[in-house]
Ligand binder design. Structure first.
Ligand code: FAD
Ligand code: DLZ
Ligand code: SF4
Length: 512
């Protein structure tokens, strides 16, 4: 035979680099379901179904194109259990001249890939992943020599380079960023058109049965599984977002409402990260809606900024800073994860709402991830390694290249400020402004001390006080520090006692 071409579970794009120039008569495509990838974190059951079903659909599409696909199922006898083991078995079966793979999405997989050439004694080519709008060498050039790596400046360069949302004389509308128009507070009656849900077909049903049998205790329900598992389904879901929800995406991007897990969000991250959708196609679809007068600029720019800006930026940073990045713990946080994050009882309605919808849909939108669980983890001082593992496990779109910078950097400030110039710390007032969670909570969001006081309040001030010295040099923290310093010693002591009692109490119980 010719060459063995490896396609990983999140590389499901027909134009993936490893398939470029494939000789259909001689080459074999290898795809392998392996326990190693299904267990390196305790994935939500919907994530397992999504990846395995999408892999099976993609293999069928490649075969329909006339390619030979050697597809290993999780339950195949002799399954080696790891990607490396399956490559070795495939080499023994096919005796290829070499292996071609595409650059993976996680450092640990790259490390394994780098051993293959020596261990397998044949040439292994690892090709750049061309599915991103910013190639990694381009990001490195942008980052070189900069003191601060701020997303906004990267984003402007990407706008210029791609021509997305650009007029001949500058950014469309005259402004680069409409973030200030993306923060409308919660208003009662906030509801959104329900997103198009993909009905599980026979292949997905078979994978659901497999996951139920093999992963009975993993977090997450499967009843509401409705993620797109093919490119055609992903395009239909994108079309549904553009037609029905994009128009209000901008206004309500940061809002949260009970019983509305998706609001006006796009639900495209799972498809983008698997390779079922391209980032350029998403941005172009949004821009076309703007140019046709079907969506306002604050929505379209906000959406494009997330994909062309944030998504490309966090990937560039991940590969620039790994492997050290994962080990940073700038705020020296060590507290174990509370049981409530795995579905255990809590009186905090905000946490309960977000964890429940995470269990049912393997989804929470950005502000829920950042300002509810993320903020709680930050101000309560939860251990970044445990928090990262949780985010990697529970969201259907989680791969380390995108999860780690968001969690470790943006939410936990564990990177000491590489991504965010100030910690995204907030008291209950922020959650109260952006959601209806506090109205339905056993705690009183207006109180900072006392038996029913919202824990976010005392935890917030205790966090600022704990890190007073570190934050003193940060002009963006001047306001809370000023308020803290004006507090009487008695008030500071009371807030500290309140936070300490909460952290020692049943809410923070690590196990059931
Ligand atoms: P929308 O709100 O509709 O946004 C559109 C798209 O923009 C998303 O699909 C996504 O591709 C991109 N995007 C938006 N924000 C970001 C961001 N901060 N970083 C990268 N891309 C972004 N996103 C993941 O894809 N995987 C993760 O594992 C992940 N973990 C996160 C962890 C934390 C703590 C936080 C705060 C954010 C995380 N995000 C992650 C980013 C963001 O929350 C999700 O991309 C988004 O919620 C996906 O839902 P959506 O498709 O409806 O997004
Ligand atoms: C996430 C995942 C899962 C659950 N299972 C597989 C698998 O069985 N086989 C595979 O090739 N890939 C899987 N993946 C995706 C990989 O974990 C992903 O390619 C790496 O984490 C790199 O991003
Ligand atoms: Fe969360 Fe506090 Fe609001 Fe309750 S009162 S929902 S704990 S922010």
């Amino acid at each position: 035979m010719g060459v063995l071409r490896l396609v990983l579970g999140d590389q499901l794009s027909p134009d993936i680099a490893a398939l470029e120039g494939i000789d259909a008569a001689r080459d074999v495509v290898l795809m392998a379901e392996v326990m190693g990838e299904c267990t390196y974190v305790p994935h939500h059951r919907q994530k397992l179904v999504l990846v395995l079903s999408a892999m099976r659909h993609f293999a069928a599409e490649l075969r329909a194109r006339g390619l030979t696909v050697d597809y290993i199922r999780l339950d195949d006898i002799g399954n080696a259990g790891t990607l490396t083991g399956e490559i070795a078995r495939a080499i023994a079966r096919h005796r290829p001249e070499g292996v071609i793979a595409t650059f993976p999405g996680e450092w640990r997989v790259l490390e394994a890939m780098r051993t293959w050439e020596d261990d397998l004694a044949l040439p292994v080519e690892i090709r750049e992943d061309t599915r991103f709008l910013c190639p990694l060498p381009r990001f490195r050039r942008w980052a070189q020599g900069r003191r601060q790596l701020r997303m906004e400046f990267f984003y402007r360069e990407m706008r210029r380079e791609t021509g997305l949302l650009m007029d001949p004389d500058g950014p469309v509308g005259g402004q680069w960023n409409y973030d200030a128009e993306n923060r409308r507070p919660f208003a009662s009656g906030l509801t959104a058109p329900p997103p198009r849900r993909t009905r599980p077909d026979a292949v997905t049903q078979e994978v659901i049965a497999l996951v139920e049998a093999r992963f009975p205790t993993n977090f997450g329900t499967l009843d509401a599984f409705a993620w797109p598992v093919t490119a055609a389904e992903a395009e239909a879901a994108l079309g549904d977002f553009i037609a029905a929800r994009l128009v209000r995406f901008g206004d309500h991007q940061d809002a949260m409402a009970s019983g509305e897990p998706f609001l006006f969000h796009a639900l495209v991250s799972t498809s983008l990260n698997l390779g079922l959708l391209s980032p350029r196609a998403c941005c172009e679809a949004a821009e076309a809606a703007y140019r046709a007068g079907r969506a306002p600029l604050n929505a379209v720019e906000g959406f494009i900024r997330q994909i062309l800006g944030w998504r490309e930026y966090v990937r560039g940073l991940y590969w620039l800073k790994m492997p050290d990045y994962a080990r940073f713990n700038a705020l020296q946080a060590t507290r174990p994860l509370p049981w409530s994050w795995w579905g255990g009882e809590t009186r905090m309605n905000c946490i309960r709402q977000v964890v429940r919808q995470t269990r049912d849909f393997a989804y929470a939108h950005h502000i829920q991830r950042l300002m509810v669980t993320g903020n709680f983890a930050l101000i309560a001082g939860l251990d970044p390694a445990q928090v990262n593992e949780w985010y990697m496990a529970v969201y259907a779109d989680a791969y380390e290249w995108v999860e780690l910078p968001n969690t470790h950097g943006m939410a936990l400030h564990a990177d000491g400020g590489i991504i965010a110039s100030k910690p995204y710390a907030a008291s209950g007032a922020y959650i109260n402004r952006m959601s209806d969670y506090c109205r339905l909570c056993a705690y009183d969001v207006k109180a900072a001390t006392g038996p029913d006081a919202c824990p976010m309040n005392a935890l917030y001030w205790d966090f600022i006080a704990r890190h007073e010295r570190r934050f003193a040099g940060n002009p963006r923290m001047a306001m809370p520090l000023q308020i803290l310093r004006k507090m009487s010693p008695e008030k500071r002591a009371a807030l500290h006692a309140q936070a300490a009692a909460f952290l020692a109490g049943p809410e923070l119980r690590p196990e059931a």
